[in-house]
Write a protein that binds this ligand. Structure first.
Ligand code: HTL
Ligand code: MG
Length: 615
């Protein structure tokens, strides 16, 4: 095993080309072996193996800074930078992160997980380097998907102006999680043809004889490419950035050769590298969407597994049906068609569906524009990614009370993706925004009721639901919901647990059949059901949420009680004021003390010790 001899990137310098190529294969096997066990970003990482090896061969990390945008494609980087012995702990509690993380290794130049941050970070590093009189290289590796983000594009604008020495490696596999979108992406496809044209010319053959034109639509694309060559159009030049490429991202020799040359150049350079997502693993190459981030699988017999019926699918089914009834409904996603359960919707309502790319801000403000014209937009978005569009929620949607529905998926602790992806801030950041209402359903049926009603009540409404499975609700079921009203699920004589969404299950489990403890589905987080809260204030109260304790639902309840001049004995359970890393969701909930056991303990501390014990 060559990998055994690689304890740091310096060990790559001693390897010959053939050994490096063998190492690439060993690394692929290791990536497949470990993601088969733990789940993970398989296809993205497989596609970047040669690129990572070439970069570490040519540059000197950690002195030279190599930044990986999103950081999900960097498994090979982890393996060659001293983490091969811990690699089997990938994404597991106490193990290494699935993304690059500054506190994990000196070779991880940035902590990432959200897209499009590498270029601005690289610019900051280049500025600091020059001010400090240092001489190292700064290399940002960014995917074609991540480059659709406004942050990346705005950083390019500044990079081109300032002309600091840095290398941007565009890792173009024509895929985001699903097919990539956007005008730049189209342009890159045309540039790729140019590469094929050049390659074909090199071989002295006519490209159209070599590759079936029917298969690739090559005639048209080749014409386009010829036009580009003729006109020397290139947006990067307009930006002041030297463009080189496209080059084959799996040709180690070629990559090393060109990187050695680029190292000597001053100013900003973009190297356009073409890779294949899932490279070297047949199933992943054939279906890079599923294998982007699969759960565990059998490496000998890799198959798609159905993970059950998720909240995302429940949303997707509901919104698809609703759109048949409401012609003004329009759904937007920032690059999360599969994750948000929108595949069916996108097929049944293609004309009222938009994937804007990895730009949550654009998704929200485009929704505002649609709403201003009388449409009923639904922005399907993960809690963690809506953080990217906070000002747009306030400035473009809420001020004019526009009817935009936010379908907030992955709310709460999300598990193996860790600190960058937990959706534990949305209640806090949304509930301070005037006009905005926030709801959280207890099951798929309630989600349907809320979604339908949200389109009717007007103004912005956020509906949050967790990363979890849920029982399927019957097609065509649209129950009425008492908007703004909580629901008593279990009566109690001494104390009430106020919970919603995922924590309701814990609350019911903790309460068991103890007659003293009641459970309320506090499904409207803003405005709160003050009438019921007033009535419940005769009892001891315990609020529970899968969200930061600070500023969340419990805080809202405390504020409301204070405003009403009520002083029940009350405890607030939620996530403590620290970041949670990756781990299994139940385990993280246990640590946070918001699971059934945590609830029982809190009740006991309030003098309501529950006698029953559950296994
Ligand atoms: N929105 C933001 C701001 N950040 C992230 N990370 C996402 C959404 C979700 N996401 C990923 S990976 C990914 C998305 C959209 C696709 C990235 O495509 P790219 O890389 O072309 O950059 P590739 O996979 O190698 O093709 C994660 O959450 C991991
Ligand atoms: Mg990509």
């Amino acid at each position: 095993m060559i990998l055994e001899r690689v304890n740091g990137p310096e060990d790559l310098k001693a390897l010959g080309l053939e050994e490096l190529q063998l190492l690439a294969e060993e690394i692929r096997s290791e990536i497949i072996r470990v993601t088969a066990q733990n789940g993970g970003h398989l296809a993205s990482s497989l596609g970047a193996v040669e690129l990572v090896l070439a970069l570490h061969r040519v540059f000197d990390s950690p002195k030279d800074r190599i930044l990986f945008d999103v950081g999900h494609q960097a498994y090979a980087h982890k393996l060659v930078t001293g983490r091969k012995d811990r690699f089997h702990t990938l994404r597991q509690e106490g193990g290494i992160s699935g993304f690059t993380k500054v506190s994990e290794s000196p070779h991880d130049a940035i902590t990432a997980g959200h897209a499009s941050t590498s270029l601005a970070n690289a610019l900051g590093m280049a500025l600091a380097r020059d001010l400090m009189g240092e001489d190292h290289h700064v290399v940002a590796v960014i995917g074609d998907g991540a480059l659709t983000g406004g942050m990346a594009l705005a950083a390019l604008n500044k990079i081109g102006e300032l002309q600091k020495r840095m290398l941007i490696v565009l890792n173009d596999n024509e895929m985001s999680i699903s097919e990539n979108v956007g005008a730049l992406n189209k342009y890159f496809k045309e540039l790729q043809i140019r590469k094929w044209v050049q390659d074909a010319e090199k071989l002295g053959k006519n490209i159209l004889e070599r590759i079936s034109p029917q298969l690739f639509g090559l005639v048209d694309r080749a014409k386009e490419a010829a036009k580009l060559i003729l006109h020397q159009e290139n947006p990067f030049y307009a930006w002041g950035i030297r463009y080189i490429g496209p080059v084959d991202g799996h040709d180690l020799k070629g990559l090393i050769h060109i990187l050695e040359h680029l190292k000597a150049l001053d100013g900003p350079t973009l190297l356009h590298v073409v890779t294949k997502k899932g490279k070297g693993y047949k199933v992943a190459e054939a279906d890079p969407i599923y294998w982007h981030g699969p759960p565990g699988f059998d490496p000998k017999k890799p198959e798609k597994v159905s993970k059950g019926y998720s909240w995302s699918q429940a949303f997707g089914d509901a919104v698809t049906e609703l759109a048949h009834m409401e012609p003004r409904l329009f759904v937007l996603t920032p690059a999360m068609r599969e994750g948000s359960g929108l595949v069916r919707y996108s097929l049944e309502h293609p004309e009222r569906y938009l994937d804007v790319g990895i730009c949550e801000d654009v998704a929200v403000t485009t929704a505002a524009g649609l709403a201003l014209k009388g449409m009923k937009p639904v922005v399907a978005i993960y809690s963690t990614f809506l953080q990217r569009a906070y000002d747009q929620v306030i400035h473009d949607v809420a001020i004019e009370n526009l009817p935009v529905v936010f379908a907030i998926d992955r709310a709460g602790i999300v598990g193996a993706d860790g600190a960058t992806h937990h959706g534990v801030f949305d209640i806090a950041y949304l509930r301070t925004v005037p006009n905005l209402q926030i709801a959280a359903p207890k099951d798929a049926l309630e989600l349907r009721a809320m979604l339908k009603k949200a389109l009717e009540v007007g103004g912005p409404v956020a509906i949050r639901y967790p990363r979890d499975n849920v029982e399927r609700a019957p097609e065509g079921a649209w129950p009425e919901i008492a908007w703004g009203r909580w629901e008593v699920l279990k009566e109690g004589t001494e104390a009430y647990i106020l919970a919603f969404g995922k924590t309701l299950r814990y609350a019911l489990e903790a309460a068991g059949d103890d007659p003293r403890v009641g459970v309320v589905n506090a499904r409207f987080l803003k405005p709160l059901d003050r009438e019921m809260l007033r009535a419940l204030s005769r009892y001891k109260l315990l609020t529970v949420e899968d969200h930061q304790r600070m500023g969340g639902f419990g805080s809202a309840v405390l504020e409301a009680l204070n405003e009403m001049g009520l002083k029940p004995e009350i405890q607030v359970l939620g996530l403590p004021d620290r970041f949670f890393e990756h781990g299994a969701i139940p385990s993280l909930h246990r640590q946070a003390g918001i699971d059934a056991e945590g609830i029982r303990k809190a009740l006991a501390a309030m003098g309501v010790a529950l006698v029953h014990e559950r296994a």
